[in-house]
Design a protein around this ligand. Structure first.
Ligand code: MRU
Length: 337
């Protein structure tokens, strides 16, 4: 499956809010509409958001190439896109990379398009490399638990955590993937289970509150999840519920991994307490599939992500190999070299 296409000067996004019921592609020619698509999660997943924002900057350039002050218009577009979702650092990483491009090349549309395409292409390459490195950690006959969707739909293609699972499955090592449904927006049920079923990788869908019971019964050999932002010390934000899984894994002595490209590492913050966590509309909690399940007007709490401390991580899987603790110097080396 793929989530993002660029064709004939337009951006196409697979509407992930409608999956798996409907595969509907939406066409975008205005960057402001793309910012709304990111906010409403037509496209989601840290690397996919970054790639989408890069293409949105090409749209912004197309919209402004014949107008007055190109750099001012581009900075404004960058600010609008940067305000769409706060947690995944890939968004800001991609916007900064596009900014360096227009600052040096000016309103050079082919050059900007090539930069966005390169961000997209490189993401797929990083996922494939990460899959290869991570597959080494997967034992024969593995029963693997994952959370949310860190697959092809969340990236340029192939996936980070699901990339590791795909690579290990290709080596015949995976006997079962357990996919948390991932309330409130069900990315595990709607997207991860869908990707795995399509690829004929054995998958069992569970409610989020069943993971501990599975671990206690000795049915999970490892946990691998994605990442939205990793701080310099290895603390990382991922979909709400990741932290609970990490604590459970520690309690049961199960290896716990996150897979991420270097574009997800934020060395500007020392630890996870500095990661901005998106708060979303409480209706996502008070409703299920459009049906009101909590009493009308009930108070809710709906952080989209939580932060897992680095000491709960067994290792970090990156495109340049597996990092074992302590993480700080290795993460800095990965970004700087
Ligand atoms: O709110 P979402 O669906 O954008 O959250 C996605 C996740 O938390 C993923 O695990 C993360 O972005 C990594 S995707 C490779």
């Amino acid at each position: 499956m793929e989530a993002i296409r660029w064709e004939n000067n337009a951006l196409y996004l697979l509407d992930q809010t409608r999956l798996p019921a409907e595969e509907r592609w939406l066409r975008y020619t205005e960057y402001r509409a793309v910012a709304r698509a990111i906010r409403s999660m037509v496209v989601r997943g840290a690397p996919a958001i970054g790639i989408t924002a890069a293409y949105a900057m090409v749209l912004a350039a197309q919209e402004n190439v014949c107008k007055g002050d190109f750099p001012v218009a581009m900075s404004q577009a960058k600010a609008v896109l940067a305000a769409s979702r706060p947690t995944a650092v890939n968004l800001f990483w991609a916007l900064d990379r596009m900014e360096r491009c227009w600052q040096t090349a000016g309103p050079d549309l082919p050059r900007l398009e090539e930069e966005a395409r390169a961000i997209h292409r490189e993401d797929i390459q990083m996922n494939e490399a990460m899959g290869k490195a991570g597959a080494e950690l997967v034992p024969e006959g593995a029963r693997v638990l994952t959370h949310c969707n860190a697959g092809a739909l969340a990236t340029g293609g192939y996936g980070t955590a699901l990339g590791v699972i795909r690579a290990a499955h290709a080596q015949g090592k995976v006997s079962m993937v357990y996919a948390d449904e991932t309330r409130p927006l069900l990315q595990g049920a709607r997207l991860t289970a869908c990707e795995l079923v399509k690829d004929q990788i054995p998958v069992t869908l569970i409610c989020d509150d069943m993971a501990g019971c599975l671990m206690a019964q000795g049915k999970i050999d490892m946990v691998v999840v994605g990442c939205d932002r990793m701080a310099a010390n290895g603390d990382f934000a991922n979909k709400i519920g990741t932290y609970s899984l990490a604590v459970l894994a520690k309690h049961h002595g199960i290896p716990f991994y996150t897979a991420l490209p270097s574009s997800t590492i934020d060395l500007s913050i020392p630890d996870g307490s500095h990661i901005p966590v998106e708060q979303r509309d409480g209706q996502e909690v008070a409703c299920f599939a459009g049906v009101q399940t909590g009493p009308l007007g009930v108070q809710t709490w709906n952080p989209a992500f939580d932060v897992t401390p680095h000491d709960l991580l067994t290792a970090v899987i990156t495109e340049r190999g597996v990092l074992h603790p302590p993480f700080d110097r290795k993460l800095a080396g990965l970004v700087h070299n």
